[in-house]
Design a protein around this ligand. Structure first.
Ligand code: AMP
Ligand code: MG
Length: 357
């Protein structure tokens, strides 16, 4: 397991640069008077959920950090076995398979984790007027096929698939935690919000296993616990949509919160000179063709992650409205039209910005 002890600044492997400055002199003096060793950061990176998953753990020694790291990675595996769309034996895939021969005739009890993700997915589906929709799976399959074959699905194929898509076909019972899927050949896909949930759960697992505080970086989703010792917050840099290797120069401050980003920067398919994002507009059944990306900060990762996808479908103006009306959410949306780059900020976005020390 690669373990790196870091001093001061973290450099992210993917979307972000994490900055964390030295503790203030007053805090250093206070720390010197206590007998316990001060917590320092340890970094762990492993391939999980199709990419590098990075965890930064503050602990008083390496052994304690490794214990917390193991617990955190074990939690990722547990959640992957429930939520992954790529594993034929995951709970969510098996649930969807029950509609292979027709709508489900009975509700089915699901795990707490799947319940939480589906319940939040349905809430955001309603708030976004169906722009965010976890039943979009059959269209996502068509998108993956387009990516392999470099051709779009025919209109007939999209129309034949449409009856299997629609969040109104999911019935949740909040008392019994059961799910009933009411259309044939449905395929639930929670990839639009699951990474934010996993990032939050990884931080929680690390804390429960003794970490002083922790940061989980699932790629485009970063969750944090309390600030590092002596700090006021964690600092995360926002990546540019236009050029993924560049940063925007803006930084957000986080405490027990999550920042997520989405857009067509990395995952898209180009067919006949047109770019189709991996985010599907449930109305058209194909990937978004306008260039748009979003960064969202929320107290919880699931909401931030669902919103970053939802606002891309809604477009900048309606997307900003959705962020503004979601309690605790802040964000920015970038659109690219030819050479023209336009940035839209939500009302609370300036409150979460910070200048790194
Ligand atoms: P994200 O990177 O968070 O925007 O999530 C994108 C993933 O969410 C895609 O790869 C799909 O698996 C799924 N997805 C695509 N379109 C939608 C949509 N309109 N609503 C919900 N999930 C979607
Ligand atoms: Mg998302």
């Amino acid at each position: 397991m690669p373990v790196t002890r870091l001093a001061g600044v973290f450099v992210a492997t993917a979307a972000f640069v994490i900055g964390c400055s030295e503790p203030a002199a007053a805090n250093r003096a206070a720390a010197a008077q206590v007998t316990t060793a001060p917590a320092t950061p340890f970094e762990f990176v492993r391939e999980k959920m199709g990419g590098p998953f990075r965890i930064v753990i503050y602990a008083t020694d390496r052994e304690a950090a490794e214990r917390a790291g193991e617990a955190a990675f074990a939690r990722i595996d547990q959640l992957d076995a429930i939520l992954s769309d790529y594993r034929s034996d995951s709970e969510i895939v098996k649930l969807s398979q029950r509609t292979a021969a027709g709508p489900m005739t009975e509700p089915v009890a699901v795990s707490d984790d799947l319940w939480r993700v589906l319940a939040r997915g349905q809430a955001i589906a309603e708030q976004s007027g169906g722009a965010f929709d976890v039943t979009v799976g059959p269209f996502v399959r068509l998108w993956r096929r387009s990516r392999e074959l470099h051709e779009l699905p025919t209109r007939e194929r999209i129309e034949a698939t449409r009856p299997s898509v629609g969040y109104q076909h999911v019935r949740l019972d909040p008392h019994k935690h059961t799910v009933q899927l009411l259309a044939p050949r449905m395929r639930l896909d929670v990839a639009g919000l699951a990474s934010g949930y996993v990032a939050d759960q990884v931080v929680a697992a690390a804390l429960a296993a003794g970490a002083v505080t922790a940061l989980a970086d699932a790629g485009g989703e970063i969750s944090v616990g309390d600030p590092p010792p002596g700090e006021d917050h964690w600092t995360v840099a926002i990546q540019s949509l236009k050029n993924p290797e560049e940063m925007t120069g803006q930084y957000v401050k986080l405490r027990r919160a999550c920042v997520t980003s989405s857009g067509d920067t990395r995952r898209f398919v180009e067919i006949d000179g047109r770019r189709y994002s991996h985010i599907i507009d449930p109305k058209t059944g194909v990937g978004l063709t306008r260039r748009i990306g979003a960064t969202v900060v929320c107290p919880d990762g699931m909401t931030a992650d669902a919103l970053d996808t939802a606002v891309c479908v809604l477009g900048a103006e309606r997307g900003i409205e959705l962020i503004d009306k979601t309690p605790g959410a802040a964000g920015r949306i970038t659109t690219i039209d030819g050479e023209k780059v336009t940035v839209y900020e939500s009302k609370r976005f300036r409150d979460v910005l910070v200048n790194p020390k």
